[in-house]
Ligand binder design. Structure first.
Ligand code: GAL
Length: 400
């Protein structure tokens, strides 16, 4: 598999600096739980940190993650922590419990601890100005991680191609329902998007809608609830419970009479989980409803095995950490960073210096990794990454 090969090559090429990286066993965690004070623990470059004699990085890295309540950020936080420590850096990792003011506080604490670089996955892309301005004043570079921050203090953006996450979801529905050959047949669909505070959420939704809208316009796809605009279908904090409640309301209002529902677009796995629960408990029909997702969360992978969710768009967040580490080293070493850097980050990614703006007219140089579609038919691809194992029951577990 190409991705596996790239990761293997990277492990070889960067062996001097990343002996304990690339999906190896976890090091002592310096992460703090969501509960408790914003104070972070720190790990230095001692033997405990997992660094080796070959690790060459020097400096302190602040890693600010949004929450531990959504599965993927736990994986991001620990991959980043492990990989930076293995490369010789000190790390401070915080999770801010989906609370923006707490994230500002956490970043301010990192600046007070003299971090050399900040890696931030924002809870709210518009709510970090105070901390970002302080980072700029302190001359600390900021990498917006996965989610863009709308502040010009951000130097670079590392993420996946968010728009194509959405197009993959939309295209999956088109193909699964064979809408190209629908003729006069019509299909019913409902839509659930992500958190409006998350800069990614509209990208996912717009990507999907750009694929689905022509079929809605042609009358092949019908949205019985009539709820199609982003603000109406958005889900604050990507909450499973909020998605569940809205899905129950829609099923009760528009499908209780036996109307068949064919597909439910969900922008990610946490929302898909809520929608799937509602379909299991509140949908009167007997057909299998196509449900999309994103992330490869364990509960959703189980639902895919059980036929309750149809697909997830998988984003290898270990690769995202690999790219972030390589970019960070280039920044800290004062290297020139341009389009050619996309070939040096150790994972397949593209350089984009037009699509993502931190303010009007200020595009942020972005490195965008490639998402893939996972269904019941290619779960083995996840096992092949080395980041998941498959139990005897066929269910997958993420390797911690
Ligand atoms: C997005 C992220 C997705 C998903 C979602 C909820 O910003 O790109 O992968 O995890 O947040 O956490």
């Amino acid at each position: 598999m190409k991705r596996k090969l790239i990761s293997a090559l990277l492990c070889g090429a960067m062996a001097a600096t990343m002996l304990a990286g690339c999906g190896s066993s976890s090091s002592d965690s310096s992460s703090t739980a969501d509960s408790g004070s914003a104070t972070t623990s720190e790990s230095g470059t001692t033997a405990d940190s997992g660094s080796t004699g070959g690790a060459t990085g020097t400096g302190k890295i602040g890693i600010s993650m949004p929450t531990q309540s959504l599965e993927r950020w736990n994986r991001d936080g620990s991959y980043l922590d492990e990989q930076f420590q293995a490369a010789g850096y000190e790390t401070i990792v915080t999770y801010s419990d989906n609370d923006s003011s707490r994230q500002v506080n956490d970043i301010q604490n990192m600046l007070a601890e003299d971090v050399d670089l900040l890696i931030v996955a924002a809870i709210d892309g518009e709510a970090l100005n105070t901390a970002m301005n302080e980072a700029a004043d302190a001359g600390v570079s900021v990498i917006a991680y996965d989610r863009l921050i709308l502040n010009d203090a951000v130097s670079y953006y590392v993420s996946f191609d968010n728009y194509s996450v959405g197009t993959l979801q939309g295209q999956y529905i088109v193909d699964a329902l064979d809408l190209e050959n629908a003729g006069d047949k019509t299909y019913n669909i409902e839509l659930t998007a992500g958190d409006p505070a998350d800069n990614n959420a509209p990208y996912f939704f717009n990507g999907a809608m750009d694929v689905l809208q022509p079929y809605i316009d042609a009358g092949t796809l019908v949205v019985p609830s009539g709820q199609t605009d982003f603000d109406t279908v958005a889900t604050a904090q990507w909450s499973t419970d909020t998605a569940l409640e809205r899905a129950q309301n829609i099923l009760g209002s528009y499908y209780a009479d036996g109307t068949q529902l064919d597909a439910w677009l969900c922008s990610n796995d946490s929302t898909a989980l809520g929608v799937s629960q509602a379909l299991t408990s509140d949908y009167a029909g007997s057909n299998t409803v196509i449900v999309t997702g994103q992330d490869g969360d364990e509960a959703n992978l189980k639902n895919i095995v059980d036929g309750i969710q149809s697909m997830t768009v998988y984003k290898n967040v270990s690769d995202e950490a690999v790219a972030t580490l390589a970019l960070s080293e280039a920044i800290l070493n004062g290297e020139t960073i341009d389009a050619s850097m996309a070939d040096n980050l150790g994972v397949e990614c593209s350089y984009d210096d037009t699509s993502y703006e931190t303010s009007d007219g200020n595009p942020c140089p972005s490195f965008l990794l490639v998402p893939t579609v996972i269904t019941a038919d290619n779960l083995q691809d996840l096992v092949d990454t080395g980041l998941y194992t498959m139990g005897d029951d066929g269910y997958l577990s993420a390797v911690q």
